[in-house]
Structure formats: structure tokens, C-alpha cells
Design a protein around this ligand. Structure first.
Ligand SMILES: Nc1ncnc2c1ncn2[C@@H]1O[C@H](COP(=O)(O)OP(=O)(O)OP(=O)(O)O)[C@@H](O)[C@H]1O
Ligand SMILES: [Mg+2]
Length: 236
């Protein structure tokens, strides 16, 4: 049984249909990349899986349980946790307060101290800054807080919406290295990125989305060798 199963999902915003029969699967311990141009519908899909938007057709299952009509807190409780587009930190609160917000859900509450220690050991740069206001950190550090906050919810599947957007290459490398560590520990990951090359290199499988449709899917190397992808996404 796939960890996450999206079957012929349609949805969007009110009368605006963005997702057109989108199907996608993520198996346990897989790293799956979802790539596509601006406006393709990637974030809309993530919001729909998270329960923030209701699909108008299709089915979404998490470990076999239907979640397409479930409220967001139920989706988190089942272990699907997202790092939202644009981080969405509480700027006036400290780093640690932001991290603790992630552990407010029942599934994570009991483990909050252990989770904090894990996050500080993954992101050593945050440990010294735990009392700093989140808004005073660099963009890269803030993204680490956003990833850390999601980990505090003890996800079984971690979804990330463009975690590397706007970061300097050296910071992106640092973030990708931490993601690799998380992956090596057995985390299941769904990643949205515009950084197609680096993301597909690290992914077991990928999906390419255009105008609300999945137009291509395959293993990371297969997609990187695909002519359409090379021309339209890699500029080769
Ligand atoms: N709140 C909203 N209300 C109405 N339409 C929206 C809303 N948010 C996004 N859209 C539209 O839905 C479509 C898909 O947007 P979405 O944000 O899912 O794209 P994306 O693939 O995540 O793009 P990007 O890479 O730029 O983040 C776009 O046409 C966008 O204008
Ligand atoms: Mg987006």
C-alpha cells in the first residue's frame, strides 16, 4: 500500500479548477519530487492533500485511509506534515517558540523535548539562536526553522514546498545535505521544487506538472535524461 495515494484529483479555488485528474503516489521511505513551472498547480496539490482545499473529484489516501474530506488537523495527526510555501513563520516569536508550535499536535506533544534536541542536532546553527526572534534570522536560517517546525510534528511523510527558493547556492547545499540525512534515517519525502536538476538527482522518482496535469513521471535519472524536461526545465 502506498503511503500517499492521490487518484484522479480535481480541485482548485471555488469555480477555478486548477488540478485536472492528478494522480500521484509516494511509497514508504521514498523521496518523490514534484516539479513544474510557476502556476502549474504544485502548491494547490499540496494544499489539497493537507486538507486546506477540498477536491471536487477524486480520492486521496494516507496509509489507505481516505483523507480528501478530512480537516487539516486530522491529516497532520495521520503524519502528513508540510513545510508551506514561503515558510510562514511567526516572525515576532523566538526560534524555539516557532519550533514548539510544530509539536502542539497530539501525535507529537509527548516527544517535544526529544524532538527539539533532534532538530538542534540536525540544524546546529539554530541551537545558538534559539532565543532569537525568528524574523531576525537570515532567509536560510528561517527555512531551517520551517523544516525544523515540521519535523517537530514527527511526520511519517514530510512535504516541502520549494524549501530552497531564494536561498544562496551554499545555503541550498547545506539544506539539501540535511534533507539527505533525514532521508537516510528513513523519512518519506514529497518535495516541490523549481530547482529541477538538484532535486531529481536526489529523488527516487519524480512527477512533472504542467497546467494542472501530470505530464511526465519516472525515476530521477529517467526524467533527467528526458528530452522534454531537458529543453523546458534544464535549459539544455
Ligand atoms: N488563492 C487562490 N485563488 C485563486 N487562484 C489561485 C490561488 N492560488 C493560486 N491560484 C491559481 O492556481 C494556479 C496554480 O497555482 P499554484 O500556486 O498551485 O502553482 P505552483 O505550481 O505552486 O506555482 P509556483 O511554482 O509559482 O509556486 C495558478 O493559476 C494560480 O493563479
Ligand atoms: Mg507554489
Amino acid at each position: 500500500m502506498p503511503m500517499l495515494e492521490v487518484r484522479a484529483v480535481q480541485g482548485g479555488y471555488g469555480d477555478i479548477t486548477v488540478l485536472k485528474e492528478v494522480s500521484l503516489e509516494v511509497e514508504e521511505r521514498e523521496v518523490v519530487a514534484l516539479v513544474g513551472a510557476n502556476g502549474a498547480g504544485k502548491s494547490t496539490l499540496l494544499r489539497t492533500v493537507s486538507g486546506l482545499l477540498r477536491p471536487t473529484a477524486g480520492e486521496i489516501r494516507l496509509r489507505g485511509e481516505r483523507i480528501d474530506q478530512a480537516p487539516p488537523h486530522r491529516v497532520v495527526e495521520l503524519g502528513f506534515v508540510q513545510v508551506p510555501e514561503g515558510k510562514q513563520l511567526f516572525q515576532q516569536m523566538t526560534v524555539e517558540e516557532n519550533l514548539l508550535v510544530g509539536s502542539l499536535c497530539p501525535r507529537a506533544r509527548g516527544a517535544r523535548q526529544r524532538s527539539l534536541e533532534e532538530v538542534y542536532s540536525l540544524f546546529g546553527e539554530l541551537a545558538d539562536k534559539r532565543r532569537r526572534q525568528a524574523g531576525s534570522l537570515s532567509g536560510g536560517e528561517q527555512q531551517m526553522v520551517a523544516v525544523g517546525r515540521a519535523l517537530m510534528a514527527r511526520p511519517t511523510i514530510l512535504a516541502m514546498d520549494e524549501p530552497s527558493l531564494g536561498l544562496a547556492p551554499v545555503v541550498v547545499d547545506r539544506l539539501f545535505a540535511v534533507l539527505q540525512t533525514i532521508r537516510d534515517r528513513g523519512m518519506t519525502i514529497l518535495r516541490i521544487e523549481q530547482n529541477v536538476q538538484q532535486t531529481l538527482e536526489m529523488a527516487d522518482r519524480g512527477y512533472v506538472m504542467e497546467n494542472g496535469h501530470i505530464v511526465l513521471t519516472g525515476s530521477g535519472p529517467e526524467l533527467l535524461a528526458n528530452e522534454h524536461l531537458k529543453t523546458h526545465y534544464l535549459g539544455l
